[in-house]
Design a protein around this ligand. Structure first.
Ligand code: SF4
Length: 376
């Protein structure tokens, strides 16, 4: 741990805070979140302790982005979030132009109060503009709630809207509604995720229908002028998510809270997903890593390529050669270049077709990088 500050790539970092509580579980959820709120206060006290520990190990860093995700940050007492931001301000230097994003479920009253926290980016989880779908997956809001929340948030913040394609009870009509929402509200940023199911033949057939819907939604959003700057993320007027760009560019960030992960130079860590363990270890002034490792060159190369190719800007080949000096994309990907991959101004990137088939292309790319290391 002593060597952490020397391993940083830069002194400008992102902070992710995980709020692992939801009043009710959605049927499709695989995030770490708990419906028992009896330990919420203790959890936040542990989180404040973790903030303090990191500030002691990394005293000179400057926080450029803060991202509060969950779980449902909008389900916990507002005062706890307020105090958390105070702690961050006390412990770290904050950049003047910092980006502060918080994820919310549609909830007007909560969002109205966010302006007092200096939040400047609100990410609203609509998921589907279809009340039947929302009810079926046990979301706790209606499409009407979303519209009211959006109107409140846009008064003081950039707004992202999250959609998921492939939820139960979805129909073509759902996607038409989703497209209509983006067309009429024109949020600064849109995220469109695909819920994947490949369990059986029946589900595979369904998944083709779902994939077609996904493609239609993506095409419609692009036609509205959105820049697909990442596989699942779309921005108007360069309103990119600066925090998430740190992940994709493999830059430095600290993850705080249960199950949160961080990346500092070559170090990767993930905190324990167990609430009790997280709280009790931090009471003893100790970190609570479930995984902590220093990437070797190959692992760092694979992660940098895998994350970087998710971006339309691609990944800087010089940066890859700093990790692995013999890296030669022309040789390694000779039969993928043109159709699925391209090299432009020193950047390796996916073509439009590569973007559409990204899961398969990325898997192939990473396999080849692994084999390259074996054959060296
Ligand atoms: S709101 Fe999000 S984190 Fe909470 S149960 Fe639903 S999907 Fe999971």
């Amino acid at each position: 741990m002593e060597s952490l500050s020397s391993t940083l790539v830069s002194e400008n970092i992102g902070l992710y805070l995980h709020v692992p509580f939801c009043k009710r579980r959605c049927t499709y959820c695989d995030f770490v979140s708990f419906t028992d709120f009896s330990q919420v206060k203790e959890y936040f006290e542990a989180l404040w302790k973790e903030i303090e520990l990191w500030s002691m190990f990394l005293p000179r860093i400057r926080v450029e982005t803060i991202y509060v995700g969950g779980g449902s940050p909008s389900d916990v007492p507002f005062e706890l979030l307020e105090k958390t931001l105070e702690r961050i301000r006390d412990m770290f230097l904050i950049a003047d132009d910092f980006e502060f994003t918080i994820e919310v479920n549609p909830n007007c009253e909560f969002v109205e109060r966010l302006r007092f926290l200096d939040v400047n980016r609100v990410s609203i989880g609509l998921q589907a503009a279809d009340d039947e779908v929302l009810k079926c997956v046990r979301r706790r809001h209606s499409v009407g709630d979303f519209f009211r929340t959006f109107e409140t948030a846009k008064n003081f913040a950039k707004v992202n809207v999250d959609f998921i394609v492939g939820l139960p009870n979805e129909s073509d009509r759902t996607i038409e509604n989703d497209v209509h929402v983006v067309e009429t509200l024109r949020p600064d940023h849109v995220s469109i995720y695909l819920l994947e199911t490949h369990e059986s033949e029946f589900e595979t057939a369904i998944s083709e229908v779902v994939e077609n819907r996904y493609e239609r939604f993506v095409e419609a959003v692009k036609e509205m002028g959105y820049d697909r700057y990442e596989i699942s993320n779309f921005a108007l007027n360069n309103s990119f998510c600066r925090h998430n760009l740190k992940y994709w560019r493999n830059q430095d960030y600290i993850g705080l809270g249960v199950a949160a992960g961080g990346h500092l130079g070559r170090i990767r860590y993930v905190n324990s997903p167990r609430l009790g363990e997280y709280i009790s270890k931090l009471k003893e002034d100790d970190f609570v890593f479930d995984y902590f490792s220093r990437n070797d060159d190959l692992q760092e190369l694979k992660e940098t390529i895998f994350m970087g190719l998710r971006l339309s800007e691609g990944v800087n080949i010089e940066k890859l050669r700093e990790i692995w000096w013999m890296f030669d994309p022309y040789e390694l990907f000779h039969d993928l270049l043109g159709e699925f991959l391209e090299i432009e101004d020193g950047f390796l990137k996916l073509t439009e077709r590569g973007f559409d088939l990204s899961a398969r292309v990325l898997a192939d790319v990473i396999d080849r990088v692994s084999l390259m290391a074996v054959g060296r």
